[in-house]
Design a protein around this ligand. Structure first.
Ligand code: ADP
Ligand code: MG
Ligand code: ZN
Length: 450
């Protein structure tokens, strides 16, 4: 039987939520802003404008690298990557080539090859006609360019081709998203485009050694997919498509493919005849960056407790079910809310178990109703408290029951201890179930021992 082994590698782009852009002072917050209102000669690529790197973006990228156990390069630099497309007015993108900020990391079983920093491109909007424009080109296909996104800092994480299914890919992507949010360096929203990815997919047929780590010579690049679900579907579809081609004895074409959400299929967008030559060379307007160990240590010390560390601590400290932990840890705020609630409940006299608190958050979603954990704890105390009958009522019920059941009392005195259960039951009946069982049995015994 012929064996097929999929190889998938990711290039994940994360738009950093710094105040200003990567190489100028324009605001980097471009989402739903009026087009072309946050621009300057630098991010418009006007001749003679000089870039000035954003220190915060460099630090954020290093933090991301440290969170993935990367080695931070003490000597790093920016390079020009050339290509011709209207989203890039300079004719090149400032990126990093041979000396990225971070290299050789790991996320679970996936090797992270590198994490580098670059600038985002302008946003192209394809539409039919222009409204509100002095030269209306009605019903014609037009492309508008919004430069607000041009020059926004973009960290790119590149993995080795270590994934073998769509499910593995989205598990990893979700973890990247959680880590990025913990670090506070981006909201990493797929829908808003602040987290974007390209997935490279190939399938190997290796009859002799199907287990060796030997990716094929070709790869298909899947682009422009903006939800976890579609990423998974597109990859799984692509594996199947390539496997069928290989089963016919052919080799899939190296190309870029998009995903049709309605049909659930991938389609060819661009076939690269030969590898594109980006003519990389060092950016002459920005000096290389030296990162000293002291600064790496300072950034490492700034890292929060990372999701995986939190998961392990939650297992150890609270003994919660795994699915509860997943939900709590997926959000730093939720995890913090839970721990505050645990603290409040254990320091107050009524101690509610950590599991009950987690259940009220995970399943009952009471945290949405009570924004303060103290409110949640108070509510749970109310929910679990039973209104008992008063001591006087209980006393009276007991006396009545003893009077009405002289035989049972006699049996008890003869040594039939089990009648106590019957008597408690009778008292509860008189109290309509509102008696405090512990108190009833105490008082009963006291009477009977007289
Ligand atoms: P390129 O030189 O075209 O940029 P790279 O080797 O640098 O290609 O890899 C880019 C991305 O493609 C990485 O995420 C890598 O893991 C992935 N990749 C490389 N080769 C393969 C392959 N045969 N199948 C699937 N993914 C691959
Ligand atoms: Mg790339
Ligand atoms: Zn600018």
């Amino acid at each position: 039987m012929q064996k097929f082994k999929p190889y998938i590698g990711l290039e994940v782009h994360i738009e950093l939520s710094t105040k200003s852009k990567m190489f100028c002072a324009c605001s980097a917050e471009h989402f739903s802003k009026k087009p072309n209102t946050q621009v300057c000669p630098v991010c418009l690529g006007l001749p003679g404008a000089l870039p000035y790197p954003n220190e915060r973006a460099i630090e954020d990228t290093i933090k991301l690298g440290l969170a993935f156990g990367c080695k931070v390069n003490g000597f790093s630099k920016f390079d020009r990557k050339h290509y011709f497309y209207p989203d890039l007015p300079k004719g090149y993108q400032i990126s990093q080539y041979d000396l990225p900020l971070c290299g050789n990391g790991r996320g679970g079983t996936i090797r992270v090859r590198r994490i580098h920093l670059e600038e985002d491109t302008a946003k192209l909007v394809h539409q039919l006609g222009i409204s509100n424009f002095q030269f209306p080109i009605s019903k014609e296909k037009v492309t508008l360019i919004d430069f607000n996104r041009s020059g926004v800092p973009l960290a790119e994480l590149v993995t080795e081709p270590d994934f073998s299914s769509g499910k593995e890919v989205i598990d990893f992507l979700k973890e990247v998203q959680v880590i990025v949010r913990y670090l506070g360096i981006s909201n990493a929203d797929m829908e808003k485009g602040s987290m974007r990815l390209e997935a490279n997919v190939s399938v190997a047929t290796d009859n002799k050694q199907p287990t060796t780590n030997n990716p094929p010579d070709y790869k298909v690049e899947l682009k422009n997919i903006n939800s976890f679900r579609f990423v998974k579907n597109a990859i799984d579809y692509e594996i199947e498509r390539q496997t069928k081609i290989l089963q016919k004895g052919e080799i899939p074409v190296q190309e870029t493919r998009g995903y049709d959400e309605n049909k659930g299929t991938t389609f060819s967008q661009r076939t690269k005849e030969e590898a594109q030559d980006y003519r990389y060379f060092p950016e002459p307007d920005i000096p290389p960056i030296k990162i000293i160990d002291k600064n790496i240590k300072r950034l490492r010390d700034l890292l929060p407790e990372l999701p995986n560390e939190k998961r392990q601590r939650f297992i150890k400290d609270y003994h919660l079910p795994k699915d509860y932990i997943e939900i709590l840890v997926a959000s730093q705020e939720l995890a913090m809310y839970f721990e505050k609630a645990v603290g409040i409940s254990s320091s107050s006299s009524t101690s509610i178990s950590a599991k009950t608190l987690a259940d009220m958050i995970v399943n009952k979603k009471l945290n949405e109703e009570y924004s303060e954990p103290a409110g949640l704890v108070k509510k749970i105390i109310e929910l679990t408290k039973v209104e008992y009958a008063s001591d006087a009522q209980t006393d009276e019920a007991i006396e009545t029951v003893l009077k009405e059941n002289p035989k049972a009392v006699g049996d008890y005195k003869k040594g039939k201890g089990e009648v106590i259960g019957f008597l408690i039951g009778m008292v509860q009946k008189k109290l309509q179930g509102k008696g405090n069982p512990k108190f009833i049995s105490e008082v009963l015994l006291k009477y009977m021992q007289k």
